[in-house]
Design a protein around this ligand. Structure first.
Ligand SMILES: [Zn+2]
Length: 283
């Protein structure tokens, strides 16, 4: 490659941002969450790998705010590789296992809680057998720099819900969290990552500014801020796999939602109608 071509490639180069998605961090998960629970020792190794690979972490809100302002983090001008660490559901081990490991390494994170699953809340919903965080712990987490977001109230598949229930699953957790945190809650994570144009529109209308899906691909600036891609860490995820995700890869133009994804959503919606209740992994 000539020097001119190298220079041109460097200006075009736009590193992708890994947004990691964790659930429970424990050696003793309940049956349902077991495939997605990472042992504390593996979690610590993964955080060390992230730091060794030269990443700095920001909260999800900070990442999106920089992109909306037209100064995406991780750009060549910015000079540093950026990653985001997120947690879904609100397992109690976030406070006892994940946070101490993050604190030790001065890493920030974003935690999305299912408000109907938390201890100390009103209108509890059926959930995992594992211990969940208590509402009373949330202000303390916020004070430690943890960004808090909503992950619905009942953890249903949002794209199978009717309009009224969809709105309730968006508005109720926002109000409950804002009451306890005494500040606006502007970020949402779709349960199971399931969303579509109707769900994204309702999320925006409910007052959120951005939202996470899953997709298991790296995030690039320019992606819909209401369907941001994350990479799900599982019990079986190896350090080699994580290492491959963390390699400094270039962003490519975003692809459209695949026909397989759309077909799967149509199937789940039809099944929810047939059962006369919304689908959920835990129900
Ligand atoms: Zn979840």
């Amino acid at each position: 490659m000539s020097r001119a071509m190298e220079d041109q490639a460097a200006t075009r180069r736009r590193p992708a941002v890994p947004i990691l998605l964790y659930h429970a961090v424990t050696e003793t998960p309940g049956t349902h969450i077991a495939p997605f629970a990472v042992p504390p020792s593996a979690f610590a190794q993964q955080l060390d790998l992230l730091l060794e690979a030269g990443y700095r972490c920001v909260t999800f809100g900070e990442l999106v705010a920089a992109e909306v302002a037209g100064r995406p983090l991780g750009d060549p001008d910015d000079g540093r590789k950026t990653a985001v660490i997120t947690f879904d559901d609100g397992f109690a081990d976030f406070a006892t296992a994940a946070l101490p490991a993050l604190r030790e390494r001065s890493l920030v994170s974003t935690l999305y809680v299912t408000t109907g699953w938390l201890e100390g809340g009103r209108d509890r919903r059926p959930g995992p057998s594992d211990r969940m965080l208590d509402f009373a712990q949330l202000p303390g987490l916020l004070a430690e720099g943890v960004e808090l977001g909503a992950h619905s109230h009942s953890h249903l598949q949002m794209d199978t819900l009717g309009a009224a229930q969809l709105r309730d699953e968006l508005v109720r957790p926002k109000e409950l969290l804002e009451d306890v945190l005494d500040r606006p809650v502007t970020t949402f994570a779709y349960p199971h990552g399931y969303n579509g144009p109707r769900v994204r529109r309702a999320t925006r209308q409910a007052g959120y500014e951005n939202a996470c899906g899953v997709r298991n691909v790296l995030h690039c600036a320019g992606e819909d801020v209401f369907a941001v891609s994350r990479l799900m860490l599982r019990r079986t995820t190896t350090l080699d796999e994580l290492s491959r995700w963390l390699e400094d890869v270039e962003c490519r133009p975003a692809g459209r939602e695949s026909w397989a994804t759309r077909g799967w959503r149509a199937y789940r919606r039809a099944r929810a109608v047939a059962r006369r209740r919304p689908g959920s992994v835990y129900a």
